[in-house]
Design a protein around this ligand. Structure first.
Ligand code: NAP
Length: 261
């Protein structure tokens, strides 16, 4: 299937590692020109070594000014931006009982504010791209915690819930321009972030076995390239009539009745 991504400049936040890196690599394989915004310098070096035509911008997206500067830098170096994948985030475990109001606000800065800040900065470019005849779009990476809860992660869950709401809100606001906005909702994905979370348990392997046993389809983790496939499809011209949707790529984790297996 021809996705029509050839030569298109696409921003991927947190695109140097985990789910974001898989999206970056698949976009490059489809002929697009990914621009990676990430704070992990080692991971940025690795992605530059893996891909010849990638642009990387080292920045901490928690700073609104850094978001604006990164978008300007991307436009200067790559030209007009055709699409955005908002992906950077950290499940930082700021709970109600054991958190603090300050840490809660800080978690929203880590997980929510830059989704708006980058989208706001990139919007004029997306509008210009769409006027030029290629339908621009935004893909927001959310999390199952937005709809299931997790416990002890109020900031992250609130951010991810807001991201689902913003996906619908932006889909409506951007209808007049023809720009599409969708969200992907992952559950249990094998990434560096997930690995480090597992290491917080006394027996990480036993904890992972317990988790995968609860995944209805195949009793296995979702792989980052399975999220990337959905992201590339949603960004492509093949998804031209899909907007405002929350797509669950989770092996049935959220919606299927586990009693059936
Ligand atoms: P990951 O392995 O940690 O990769 C994320 C990348 O984004 C890292 O390089 C990280 O750098 C970078 N990043 C994070 N915050 C940043 C910031 N403020 N500025 C610049 N770069 C930043 O994470 P992942 O598991 O792929 O997660 C990607 C997205 O999927 C997140 O939004 C997460 O909430 C969502 N998600 C993941 C899962 C899962 O099971 N893995 C499930 C549901 C949702 P650092 O390493 O320095 O933080």
């Amino acid at each position: 299937m021809e996705l029509g991504l050839d030569g298109r400049v696409i921003l991927v936040t947190g695109g140097a590692k985990g789910i974001g890196a898989s999206i970056t690599k698949l976009l490059a394989a489809e002929g697009a020109r990914p621009v990676v915004l990430d704070r992990d310098e080692t991971a940025l070096t690795a992605i530059r070594a893996a891909l010849s035509d990638v642009i990387t911008i080292a920045c901490d997206l928690r700073d609104p000014e850094a978001c604006r500067d990164a978008v300007s830098d991307a436009e200067r170096r790559a030209g007009g931006i055709a699409a955005l994948v908002n992906n950077a985030g950290v499940n930082d475990g700021v709970g109600l009982e054991h958190g603090t109001p300050e840490r809660f606000r800080d978690s929203l800065r880590t997980n929510l504010h830059h989704y708006y800040d980058v989208a706001h900065a990139v919007l004029p470019s997306l509008k210009a791209t769409t006027r030029g005849g290629w339908i621009a779009s935004i893909v927001n990476i959310a999390s199952k915690t937005a709809v299931t809860g997790q416990g002890n992660t109020s900031g992250y869950a609130a951010a991810k819930g807001a991201i689902l709401a913003l996906t619908r809100e932006w889909a409506v606001e951007l209808l007049p321009y023809g720009i599409r906005v969708n969200a992907i909702v992952p559950a249990e994905v094998q990434t560096p972030l997930y690995e480090s979370w597992l290491q917080t348990f006394p027996d990480p392997a036993a904890q992972q076995a317990k988790i995968v046993d609860r995944v209805p389809l195949g009793q296995r983790m979702t792989q980052p390239d399975e999220i990337a496939s959905m992201a590339c499809f949603l960004l492509s011209q093949r998804a031209g009539h899909i907007t405002g949707q929350h797509l669950y790529v989770d092996g049935g984790y959220v919606h299927l009745d586990r009693a059936l297996r």
